[in-house]
Design a protein around this ligand. Structure first.
Ligand code: ADP
Ligand code: MG
Length: 259
């Protein structure tokens, strides 16, 4: 059964069709890359799936349940987690406390937010940190962390809610190549182990072709191709729209660093 089903999704801003008639599916445990030049409509698509933005038309279903009209919080509670383009952790708190905050929020224990956060589900929060290899940094203040470690904290916060679907808009932006590979390998391992579907955008073609099971390509609001990395690599429309070439000359996967 499909985890996420997007059908004929559309959104305009004034006269601009930011997203137009976009349809795709995503299965549990699958990593799908949503790629396309700047302005293609990737972030708008993400924002409609996570409830930040209402589509003008179309359907979005998570395991058969419509997400249309739900507030971001309600979408999150149904199991749609997300990470952000820039690391968005609380610098004044420790690594562990950031994960505990998510758990408190998820369990609706707002009264305990300020007073008891440090005790709340401590073992489970540590277990989440272990999944991303951050156990040893649990008690470190986040403001003292390296950027790559912050991104792992963010991933831990996203999986603390036990999502079924994880949305990652440019998760590796600002990271060095080796760190990108590490974050995506970690994401893939978590997705496989916990059967989480992952939809991510990414400019680095190394990352896209190295980690995506399937690729969905958008350009100027429209879906122009989707398929396996191999199929997309061979696609003429993709070469033209995305890379401004008239024909695929091979080596698309390794040569391009994105727009
Ligand atoms: P991408 O993430 O692929 O770079 P976006 O989804 O951010 O693309 O943008 C798609 C198009 O929609 C662009 O033309 C952009 O200028 C426009 N757009 C996005 N968000 C808004 C908004 N809030 N108001 C007006 N136009 C927007
Ligand atoms: Mg974007």
């Amino acid at each position: 059964m499909s985890l996420l089903t997007v059908r004929q999704l559309g959104k305009s801003f004034g006269g601009v069709h930011a997203v137009r008639d976009v349809s795709f599916e995503l299965a549990p445990g699958e990593l799908v890359a949503l790629i396309g030049p700047n302005g293609a409509g990737k972030s708008t698509t993400f924002n409609m799936i996570n409830g930040q933005m209402a589509p003008d038309r179309g359907q979005i279903e998570l395991r058969g349940q419509s997400l249309i009209g739900l507030a971001p919080r309600a979408v999150w509670r149904l199991g749609v987690g997300r990470t952000f383009q820039t690391a968005s952790v609380f610098g004044s708190m420790t690594v562990l406390e950031n994960v505990q905050m998510v758990m408190l929020s998820h369990d609706r224990r707002f009264g305990q937010l300020l007073t008891r956060a440090c005790h709340y589900r401590r073992q489970e929060a540590l277990a989440v940190l272990a999944k991303v290899g951050l156990e040893s940094l649990a008690d470190r203040g986040c403001q003292s962390l390296a950027y790559a470690d912050l991104k792992r904290v963010e991933l831990a916060m996203a999986i603390a809610n036990e999502p079924r679907l994880l949305l990652m808009d440019e998760p590796t932006a600002g990271m060095a190549p080796a760190e990108r590979q590490m974050l995506m390998a970690l994401t893939r391992d978590l997705a496989r182990a916990q059967n989480i579907g992952v939809l991510f955008t990414e400019h680095s073609m190394d990352v896209v072709f190295g980690y995506a099971d399937r690729i969905v390509v958008m350009a100027a609001g429209e879906l122009i191709a989707q398929g396996s990395p191999h199929q997309v690599e061979q696609d003429r429309a993709v070469a033209q729209a995305y890379f401004g070439r008239s024909a695929v000359s091979g080596g698309l996967a390794i040569s391009a660093e994105g727009p």
